[in-house]
Design a protein around this ligand. Structure first.
Ligand code: HPA
Ligand code: ZN
Length: 339
């Protein structure tokens, strides 16, 4: 089993569902609060960590948006992203597609340029220093209006070279995909890829409508698709990638325990599942931790872990050249461990 954990650490990994604001560790939050002279409503890092108990998505989002208020200057966004790339390097995550929520910042008077320039500088350094490839996905907050989403897309136009696509996150209940059909169609016309959170807390019908109306090429979470057998068949037939986040689903009580998670059933149904960390600073672990815990809980062997790594490469928006490089690196790791 120790060997399996070592294998999971070594195997080249790809992450497709990570909110950069959700990688803000309490220690960095305190450091940035001090730097920006912001008072946090917690006495210590420990007190903040104790507050990370959530009964649902909304309770988490309330703390997540509060935490993001310490991000003010370009350097803060750089520091945030750089800290994440350091964990990628440590854990052998070689390609990552990272969400950011500009409205969380622009609503506080911080410019799109401040956010994107800081994130981009960290990405360029990660590519150069660690050989990690990264793409950024701009997410619209679904609890805000369609007009605000359109305004955000407009503000992002000077930075399209820094963004591979758009996504949709925040409160799923009461904010179905239909609300964002027009802005997603505008994003498509700009040549951007499209993904959306759907079927996390919301019903399977949100997965179907994100697919149909937003024309997404990946579904984030998607676990509740299992409530619609016909939809599962269609998703499996076209191999629509689902970016599943096991620790997140436990922390936000989508499932009670990891052992109750529908991952094994999703895999058995032939769905194109990938494993991801979502908001690792809030949910108790990074991609590696999610994979290690799932592997133990579900008794996965090396072949299963490798299959998940290959699936994430396939589901990614990396170039074909980068995809074949990543696949080759996974092949090499498998060969090394089978000797
Ligand atoms: N769901 C919806 N919105 C989010 C999440 C999530 O898991 N994490 C950050 N924003
Ligand atoms: Zn998410």
């Amino acid at each position: 089993m120790i060997n399996q954990q070592e294998f999971i650490k070594k195997i080249p990994k790809v992450e497709l569902h990570l909110h950069i604001e959700g990688s803000l560790e309490p220690e960095l939050m305190f450091k940035l609060a001090a730097r920006n002279k912001i008072e946090l409503p917690y006495a210590s890092v420990e007190a903040l960590k104790e507050a990370y108990q959530f009964n649902n998505l909304q309770e988490f989002l309330d703390l997540y948006y509060q935490g993001a208020e310490v991000l003010q200057a370009e350097q803060d966004f750089y520091d945030l992203a750089w800290a994440y790339f350091e964990t990628c390097h440590r854990d052998n995550v070689l390609h990552t597609e990272v969400f950011f929520d500009p409205q969380t910042h622009t609503e506080r008077g911080i410019t799109m340029a401040t956010v994107i320039n800081g994130l981009t500088r960290a990405k360029q350094q990660a590519e150069k220093q660690y050989g990690i490839s990264c793409e950024y996905i701009l997410c619209f907050l679904r609890h805000l209006s369609e007009a605000s989403a359109i305004q955000t897309l407009e503000a992002a136009k000077p930075f399209l070279a820094q963004i591979i696509g758009v996504g949709l996150d925040s409160s799923e209940q009461g904010h179905p995909p239909e609300k964002f059909q027009r802005v997603f169609s505008m994003a498509k016309q700009l040549g951007l890829r499209r993904v959306a959170h759907a079927g996390e807390e919301g019903p399977a019908s949100n997965v179907a409508s994100a697919w149909e109306l937003l024309d997404v090429s990946r579904i984030d979470h998607g676990v509740r698709c299992l409530e619609d057998a016909a939809l599962v068949k269609q998703l499996a037939r076209v191999q629509m990638p689902l970016t599943v986040c096991p620790f997140s689903n436990v922390k936000l009580k989508v499932v009670e325990h990891l052992s109750d998670h529908p991952l094994p059933s999703m895999i058995a149904n032939g769905l194109a599942v990938t494993i991801n960390s979502d908001d690792p600073a809030y949910f108790g672990g990074y991609l590696l931790d999610n994979l290690q815990a799932c592997s133990e809980t579900f008794n996965w062997d090396r072949a299963q872990i490798a299959a998940l790594s290959y699936a994430a490469v396939t589901a990614s928006y990396a170039s074909e050249v980068r995809k074949s490089e990543l696949s080759q690196l996974i092949d090499n790791c498998l060969a090394e461990f089978s000797q």
